[in-house]
Ligand binder design. Structure first.
Ligand code: SF4
Length: 203
């Protein structure tokens, strides 16, 4: 099987900032566009280049939606229609929660981009109050970037854990999902050799 290839689009904004959008075709007929929600990011995750930039600015609703519109225009002939959207590009989407909720609702609206809510996923490093708000106001899926199973390791990999530790994060998710059994939360785990891949950490 041929390896999947990713295509990167660089957008230059009015203030000359540059953001990145990635299109990921898959052999299974799924084509995903990965959109950015901020220029830079304030979360400073250890494994992430964007985190080292610090936060430069939040993207507007239009700047977020335009990335999916443009990817659709540019690549539909080549790969067939874009089937999925993930908010996993530059930035912590829930740090820009107002514009991300608006952009994701335009993406799934009948008058908008008409994606199924099950095909639009917003990822977060774990901003607990904004997670509650997102689950309350959006019908799109949520993904939580977990990357560790202990506070000791997660505090180091993802400094946001010092504000909202694993017990607070997972407790909130359990509570919110009990209230909304139809909501879906996915967990992401980047394996870092010698840091979070030891069997005593993975359990
Ligand atoms: S939240 Fe995402 S973009 Fe921000 S530093 Fe962490 S991994 Fe990078």
């Amino acid at each position: 099987m041929e390896p999947e290839r990713m295509l990167q689009i660089l957008f230059s904004l009015e203030d000359a900032s540059v953001i990145e959008t990635v299109v990921i075709p898959s052999a299974r007929g799924r084509t995903t566009v990965c959109v950015s929600s901020q220029v830079g990011c304030a979360m400073n995750c250890q494994f992430c280049f964007t985190g080292r930039m610090g936060l430069r600015k939040h993207l507007s609703t239009a700047e977020i939606v335009e990335q999916a519109v443009f990817a659709r225009k540019l690549f539909s002939d080549e790969f067939g229609s874009i089937t999925n959207v993930v908010f996993m590009g530059m930035g912590e989407p829930l740090h820009n929660v107002d514009n991300v909720i608006k952009a994701s609702s335009i993406m799934v609206d009948e008058q908008g981009l008409q994606f199924s809510p099950r095909k639009v996923t917003v990822s977060t490093s774990g901003l607990v109050p904004e997670i509650k708000r997102f689950l309350n106001e959006s019908n799109c899926d949520l993904a939580v970037s977990l990357n560790a199973t202990t506070d000791e390791v997660r505090n180091w990999i993802m400094p946001i854990n010092r504000r909202y530790n694993l017990s607070t994060l997972l407790g909130t998710l359990r509570e919110e999902l009990r209230l909304r059994p139809k909501s879906i939360v996915l967990f992401e785990y980047v394996m870092l050799a010698g840091v979070n891949d030891r069997s005593e950490i993975l359990g």
